[in-house]
Structures are given as C-alpha cells and as structure tokens.
Ligand binder design. Structure first.
Ligand code: SF4
Ligand code: SF4
Length: 115
C-alpha cells in the first residue's frame, strides 16, 4: 500500500460540506484558535468556515486544486470538524468516499485494494 497520504491530492471534503463548529473555537474568543476573519456566524452558538455555507461549498482556507496539489492554509489552526473528519479506509467514512466521488475520484476502497 502506498504511504502517500491521499488527502494531499484530494481536498474534496473541504468543498462538500458546511464546516460548522462551536463559536468559541474562533480566535476572537479566549483560548480560540481558528482565524475568526475566515468564519461566519451560523447562529448564536455556531459559526462556520467562510465559503462552506452555500449550495456549492468551498472553504476559504483551501489552497490549490481539488484532486491536484492542495492544502489547508490554516492547517495548524483548523477547526474541530476538520480534525475529526477521518480519511476513509475500506469504507470506514462513507462521507469521505462520497466527497471524493463527487469530484470524480475513486473511493479509497478501490485505491487500497489495488495499491
Ligand atoms: S475527502 Fe477523504 S481523502 Fe479527500 S481530503 Fe477529505 S478525508 Fe482526505
Ligand atoms: S479549514 Fe482547512 S481542513 Fe477545514 S475545511 Fe477549510 S481547508 Fe479544509
């Protein structure tokens, strides 16, 4: 199996969902770390990454081309949903597989089987 992390040439999950999280993860709250200027308020308790609260979501912090060389410009300070979103190994995270399929990339079930 390849040791290359498929996420570095994917990024599909960053352009597929609303990335929302408790407002106090923003760096305008004590102990917060996510750059607040890259977020927007969802309601009294939650905010989301700018660009992800639409029918065609794409996070403002995403840099590069989906399916090509891609990265998160705030990786060290990304919010909890991004930290908790697992890469799918043999179908372990169907949301990852669906996001990849939306952008024409094979699910990692296939990649793991043929690598
Ligand atoms: S959709 Fe899956 S493989 Fe692609 S960047 Fe997200 S976690 Fe990684
Ligand atoms: S903050 Fe980074 S990891 Fe999270 S959705 Fe945006 S680009 Fe992706």
């Amino acid at each position: 199996m390849s040791s290359i992390n498929p996420c570095v040439t994917c990024g599909a999950c960053c352009a597929n969902f609303r990335v929302s999280f408790y407002w106090a993860e923003g760096n305008d709250a004590p102990g917060g770390y996510v750059p607040a200027e890259l977020t927007e308020q969802v309601n009294a308790f939650y905010r989301c990454m700018r660009g992800t609260n639409s029918g065609s979501p794409s996070c403002v912090a995403l840099q590069g081309e989906i399916g090509g060389v891609i990265s998160c410009s705030i990786y060290a300070d990304r919010p909890s949903p991004c930290r908790e979103f697992d890469i799918s190994i043999n179908g372990s995270n169907p949301a990852c597989d669906r996001a990849r399929e939306k952008y024409g990339m094979a699910s990692l079930i296939t990649i793991v089987e043929v690598a």
